[in-house]
Design a protein. Structure first.
Length: 203
C-alpha cells in the first residue's frame, strides 16, 4: 500500500506540473469503469481487456486525490464527484460480471455490499465519527483487486475452454461477497465503538 501511494503521488505531481485537473482524472477513471462491460460481453480473452480497464480506473482513483492534495484543490464538490464516480464504476463492474456469466443475484449482492459499506461509513462520518473507523476486508482496494483478478482468470480460462469463465468468475464473486460481509461486520463494530465515545464539548 505504501509503494502504491508513493507511486500515486509521484504520478500526481507529474500531472499537476502539466496542469491536469483532478476532475479530469476522475472522469477518465469513470469512463474506464463504464467501458468494462463492453469487452467482457465478447467473452473469450476479452475479459483481459476489461481487467486492464479496471486497473486504469484504480490508478485514476488514486492519482486524482494525489493531484488534489499536491495542488491544494481538495474541495467538497470534488469529494462528492469522486465518491459518486466510484459507486457508478463499481456498478459497471458488476454488470460486467453478470454479462460474463455470474448469477444476477450474486452480482447484485456484491454491488449492494460495496454500496452499503461506503454508505455506512459516510453516514457515520456525518454523525461525528472523526476517524475512518477501521480498515476492513471489504474496502474498495480489495474489491478492485478481486474484480481485476476475476477478469484475468476469466480471460485466461476463456482461452482454454469457453465454458470455464462463468464458473471461475462466479467463485471470485462469491469470495468478494464473503469478504464484503466480513468487512461490513468489522465496520459496524468499529462505528459503534467510535460513536459511543462521548463528544468533546466545543469552544
Amino acid at each position: 500500500m505504501e509503494r502504491w501511494l508513493r507511486l500515486s503521488y509521484r504520478t500526481g505531481r507529474l500531472l499537476a506540473r502539466a496542469h491536469v485537473r483532478p476532475s479530469l482524472v476522475t472522469t477518465i477513471g469513470l469512463l474506464a469503469s463504464l467501458a468494462v462491460p463492453v469487452p467482457v460481453w465478447r467473452h473469450g480473452y476479452w475479459p483481459l481487456v476489461g481487467a486492464g480497464l479496471v486497473l486504469l480506473s484504480g490508478v485514476a482513483d488514486s492519482v486524482d486525490g494525489a493531484i488534489a492534495v499536491v495542488t491544494n484543490r481538495v474541495t467538497r464538490l470534488g469529494y462528492v464527484y469522486d465518491s459518486t464516480a466510484d459507486r457508478v464504476g463499481e456498478a459497471a463492474w458488476m454488470v460486467a460480471f453478470w454479462l460474463a456469466g455470474v448469477p444476477g443475484w450474486l452480482a447484485v449482492l456484491v454491488g449492494g455490499l460495496a454500496w452499503l459499506h461506503e454508505y455506512i461509513r459516510a453516514r457515520a462520518t456525518a454523525a461525528g465519527m472523526a476517524e475512518i473507523g477501521a480498515v476492513t476486508l471489504g474496502e474498495r482496494p480489495t474489491r478492485l483487486i478481486l474484480v481485476m483478478l476475476g477478469l484475468v482468470v476469466a480471460g485466461v480460462a476463456g482461452l482454454v475452454a469457453p465454458d470455464l469463465p462463468p464458473g471461475a468468475l462466479t467463485i471470485v464473486a462469491a469470495i468478494t461477497a464473503l469478504l464484503g460481509v466480513i468487512g461490513l461486520l468489522q465496520l459496524i463494530a468499529a462505528v459503534q465503538v467510535q460513536l459511543r465515545k462521548p463528544q468533546k464539548p466545543r469552544g
